[in-house]
Write a protein that binds this ligand. Structure first.
Ligand SMILES: [Zn+2]
Length: 1038
């Protein structure tokens, strides 16, 4: 965007500066959702276009517009929010003519004292000094008020600088009529802001209030009483709260931005400004919940597993701020108290990182349609609930601390239809929000949804019967594919040759085109292979009906997967889109062919197993795909070794997903058929974003350095996601690069720019705010043991691949030893016998032991190589909640379900039995137990299980008549049956994959799988939990 564009803001010359409109969008889930809501939702009806105020004709965008503009508001307009810097402590909830004074920041000792602050009467009269405190760093006054939002974001403007070759330059593509223009890249060169951020932050930022037991604690104010003078201001314009006039500016010598310069706003204020509260310095001085401060001797306390699902810790922020914070299901940090320095982080021996589920299905999501997306001019952060408003016209970035202007459009709040309350805009009230992106965020027209299916039709593939299930599921869901009238679809099949299908309008039936030269694949009739779904639906349906039968007589056993993928890539390059490839064996001919590397006898060894790809073909092709906005999802349905370590790269680097159906066979393994059908339905119909990029920003001083998940890191911190789906999770590691001195809080923001299936460019933004602490004890207090475990699991996958599995296992154990040693030596004042852990980390050894026993990292001969690799793929790609479930399953007793404490959802009663420890000790022979391990469930029925359960729930006359391979519960007309089925269905509904249910008894061959998940018990190759604790204790006490 040329610089000049900044000056030609829409509305700049007109009288209706607010052209924003807001949509309140309710995105309902389709049964696969997670039912979470974003906090702080608003439900007002919002007009699409509203005049700002009657006197808009008096606007002057040119000079010192602010004063006259505000004067024009008349007495009817109210400033509802105190400027940032004002405390909205509990007293502010009352409308009081004498606003409560703020307690000073306890950090104020750290601020160089300044003669210009705290002097009553020093404030110039209202209005005339509105712009007091402008500094050279600020934008010149008199300039456009809404310039900055029109700078194209850095998100879409990074040049494509992948290490990949850009194939578009060497191929000639034919674009189907109506398709988007062919471009090598839609990324345009970025515009770098040269502002020196460092100079902006050398001043004190803002305080915040810690809470005590999550109740607001107000501290007596040592502020001189005379400061209250002049604070009793009117409640409406033109009188301004005097605090506005004294807003300090970055870099202003001697200025203090202490909260004391501000005072309470004239009205009850539901949202405390972040910059307003005092900081207590250390939580250790406060009476937190006693539980959280407790040290636990793990060797003595056996019952540490909560009976309800473990919740994410609540960051220790003022409750009014925390109320606005991001939902932990979307954005979570391993340490909810951020250590102030890297030295402190090093001492804690805990990993610092973020876990994200950025595109999660949400039941409600505020969507903003605005011509102006307000972002920091320096660091491009989106305005969010944790910025501070210095006054109505300026806001301070919470990531780089630059002071930015509030654009004119932003002055109007379309939710309340009130002018002059930018702080109440939905962007400042919601930590999760989605923007409809204006045209600056596009370099080409948003791509249409394009879906290409690539099917293995070798003899082996046809034998599994998968094509029947896939074709039928696709046929059933064709109308539910996300998209619009531009949606395109195409099909390729392959064995030793590649088959294309012309679906050209006017044909009476699909035409198959066979290309046998797999050395140099060319695309025959490219314009007829990807066709408009709506216009050619009959031909497409025709093809899907005949496809399963077309190859039944084929004896071709070879698999030319590599050439087929090359063809798919060529076909998709002009538009981008999604390739779904179904593969059933090791690719054997053409580029990308592979050889078996699995040696069954060596499976036991943690060393020398083949976790690394044997060829870089799939990674290179994936990077080419990524460059052309194409993602590849791999469905591997195989009974034999297929080298997933190599094949998986095609999805990993193109931001696709891997699905694995081990030993899929429609007759021999019928339970897999249902799983594939259910998961494929979810896959086909779930939300999808195209040509996406994600950037994660954090407060200056913190640094993000390692990314986990399926994507390609395009520039240092820009993740390229040709497709984004609601079921993918990501993780990043961070370090503290510069001391966070004087920063009571830090923030993190992820921004995901994508094209919706309807062809809209959208940006989904999540912002999280966390406190900074200075003591080791506080760091431990805020530890999020699930997030830590999740991040360690991701790191362990990397370590397994780059070093060895045994290395990774050692590192996991050392993480426990090191952190508990540090806690013992640096935090505990009295050395006690036993193994002491902070309450927050009481489950850490158990979770790490669970990781060691998990399929990705376990030793022993039980696990096949592809299965291990697949589990590693899941670790990298699953949202934290599912990663935890597959690591440490939930165990419930289910033969005595009651309605006590049950949930009531849509007239269904969902029992909530307590979670039990994973030990056979907890099993009773007269009970039945459900183990929920995420993608699989086991129901173990004891020998002496009550006759009632056996007949009323299992529908069989006796224990001995329970079938060997029972995988379904009959729907019986009994209360017991209804409860049990309701519970299992409810568990299944909350995840995007379909867990198979195995009903087992003592004699079942699957009993060993069930017992393998009994994390607390000893297995043939792994320690019991108690033995593990003893081992840790021994190391800690060394
Ligand atoms: Zn900034």
């Amino acid at each position: 965007v040329p610089d000049g564009a900044e000056n030609t803001a829409p509305g700049g010359a007109g009288y209706s500066p607010v052209q924003n409109s807001l949509m309140h969008s309710s995105q309902m889930l389709d049964g696969q959702g997670f039912g979470s809501t974003v906090p702080g939702l608003y439900s007002h009806q919002i007009p699409t276009k509203v005049p700002v105020h009657p006197s808009s004709g008096q606007y002057n965008f040119g000079g010192s517009q602010n004063v006259s503009l505000l004067s024009n508001q008349g007495s009817g307009q109210t400033l509802n929010r105190p400027p940032a810097g004002l405390i909205s402590m509990a007293p502010l909830q009352h409308t009081s003519s004498v606003p409560q004074m703020l307690p000073p920041s306890q950090n104020s000792a750290a601020i160089p004292s300044s003669s210009s602050s705290f002097v009553p009467g020093a404030y110039p009269p209202a209005l005339s000094n509105w712009q007091y405190g402008q500094t050279p760093m600020s934008q010149p006054t008199g300039s456009q008020t809404n310039h900055f939002a029109h700078v194209a974001g850095t998100l879409p403007t990074q040049p494509l600088s992948s290490g990949s070759t850009n194939p578009a330059t060497s191929y000639q593509y034919t674009v189907s009529p109506g398709g988007p223009p062919l471009q090598n890249s839609y990324m345009k060169p970025g515009k770098k802001d040269k502002v020196n951020i460092r100079t902006l932050v050398q001043w004190h930022m803002f305080g915040l209030s810690y809470t005590s037991g999550y109740k607001t604690t107000t501290y007596p104010s040592p502020v001189p009483q005379n400061l209250k003078m002049g604070r009793n201001v009117g409640y409406s314009y033109p009188t301004l709260p005097p605090g506005y006039q004294n807003a300090s500016s970055p870099g202003a010598p001697g200025m203090q931005s202490s909260p004391l310069q501000y005072q309470a706003g004239p009205q009850p204020f539901p949202q405390p400004a972040l910059g307003t509260n005092h900081i207590t310095g250390s939580m250790s001085g406060l009476s937190l919940q006693p539980e959280g401060l407790r040290s636990i001797n793990l060797l003595q306390e056996r019952n540490i597993l909560p009976t309800t699902p473990l919740q994410a810790p609540v960051p220790n922020l003022h409750e009014e701020i925390q109320k606005l914070n991001c939902n932990p299901e979307l954005f979570r940090c391993t340490l909810t108290n951020i250590p102030q320095t890297q030295a402190l982080l090093n001492k804690a021996k805990l990993p610092l990182g973020l876990l994200l589920h950025p595109f999660k299905d949400l039941s409600q999501l505020p969507v903003v349609t605005s011509s102006t997306i307000v972002r920091c001019r320096s660091c491009r952060t989106y305005i969010n609930p944790f910025v501070s408003f210095l006054d109505q016209r300026r806001w301070k970035c919470n990531l780089c601390y630059r002071v930015n202007d509030v654009p004119e459009e932003f002055m109007y709040n379309p939710v309340t239809r009130v002018y002059g309350e930018p702080h109440k805009r939905p962007e400042v009230q919601n930590a999760t929000i989605e923007f409809m992106a204006p045209s600056e965020y596009m370099l080409r027209p948003p791509q249409p949804p394009v879906y290409l299916f690539v099917f293995d039709v070798s003899h082996n593939a046809i034998e599994t019967g998968y094509l029947t299930t896939v074709s039928k599921t696709l046929l059933d869901n064709l109308d539910l594919l996300p998209g619009n009238t531009r949606t395109k679809i195409g099909f390729i099949t392959f064995d030793s040759t590649i088959h294309f299908y012309s679906l050209q309008e006017g044909l009476s039936q699909p035409q198959m085109l066979i290309v046998s030269d797999i050395e140099d694949v060319f695309i025959p009739m490219p314009e007829n292979l990807l066709v408009n779904l709506n216009e050619n639906k009959e031909l497409i349906q025709d093809l899907l009906r005949t496809l399963p039968q077309m190859f039944t007589k084929s004896l071709e056993t070879q698999s030319a997967l590599g050439p087929a993928l090359q063809a798919a890539f060529k076909l998709m390059s002009p538009t981008g889109g999604r390739i779904s490839v179904f593969q059933t064996q090791l690719p054997s001919v053409g580029v990308g062919s592979l050889k078996s590397r699995e040696e069954p006898n060596q499976r036991a060894s943690a060393k020398d197993i083949h976790l690394t790809p044997s060829t870089d073909f799939y990674k290179k092709l994936a990077l080419d795909c990524s460059g052309q906005q194409v993602a590849v999802d791999l469905f591997l349905l195989s009974g034999q070794y297929s080298d997933l370590a190599s094949l998986g790269c095609i999805s990993r680097y193109s931001a696709g997903s891997v699905y694995y159906y081990q030993s899929y066979h429609h007759q021999h393994n019928p339970v897999q058929v249902e799983k594939l059908q259910k998961e494929l339905k979810r896959y086909l119909t779930r939300k999808i974003g195209f040509e996406a990029v994600m950037r994660i920003r954090c407060t200056k001083g913190l640094s993000i350095h390692t990314f986990h998940g399926n994507f390609f890191v395009r520039s240092t911190d820009l993740l390229s996601l040709p497709n984004v789906n609601p079921d993918a999770g990501y993780a990043v590691q961070m370090s503290v690069e510069e001391s966070l001195t004087d920063m009571p809080v830090v923030s993190f923001q992820s921004a995901l720019l994508y094209t919706s299936s309807k062809g809209e460019r959208r940006i989904r933004v999540h912002t999280m705010c966390l406190p900074v602490v200075t003591t080791l004890n506080d760091v431990y207090l805020g530890a999020d043991v699930q997030a830590i475990t999740g991040l360690l699991a991701n790191m362990a996958v990397d370590r397994s691949v780059s070093a060895s599995l045994s290395d990774a296992r050692d590192a996991l154990v050392n993480a426990v030893i090191d952190s508990l040693s540090a806690y013992r030596s640096s935090v505990l004042s009295i050395q006690q016998p036993g193994l002491m852990a902070p309450y927050s980390l009481r489950l850490f050894p158990l979770h790490v032991l669970a990781l060691l026993k998990q399929k990705a990292f376990q030793t022993g001969t039980n696990i096949r190589l592809d299965e291990r690799i697949f589990t590693m793929c899941q670790v990298k790609n699953q949202p934290l909640i599912f990663l935890m479930l597959m690591t440490h399953p939930n165990l419930y007793r289910v033969d005595n379900l009651t309605d006590e404490g049950a949930l009531n959802i849509n007239d269904r009663t969902i029992p909530q039995p307590p979670i039990l420890q994973l030990s056979v000790e907890k099993l009773s022979r007269d009970g039945a137990y459900l183990m929920d391990a995420g993608s699989v469930m086991f129901m173990w029925v004891g020998k002496n299980c009550g006759q009632n359960f056996v007949s009323q729930v299992l529908g069989v006359p006796s224990y001995v008549s329970i079938p060997q391979n029972m995988t379904h519960l009959p729907e019986l007309e009994t209360a017991e049956s209804t409860r049990t089925i309701a519970f299992i269905s409810w568990l299944r509904e909350q995840r995007p994959f379909f867990p198979i249910l195995h009903i087992i008894r003592d004699e079942s061959p699957l009993k060993s799988s069930f017992l393998q998940n009994m994390i607390e018990d000893r297995t043939e190759s792994a320690l019991s939990y108690y033995e593990f604790l003893l081992h840790i204790q021994q190391q800690v006490n060394k």
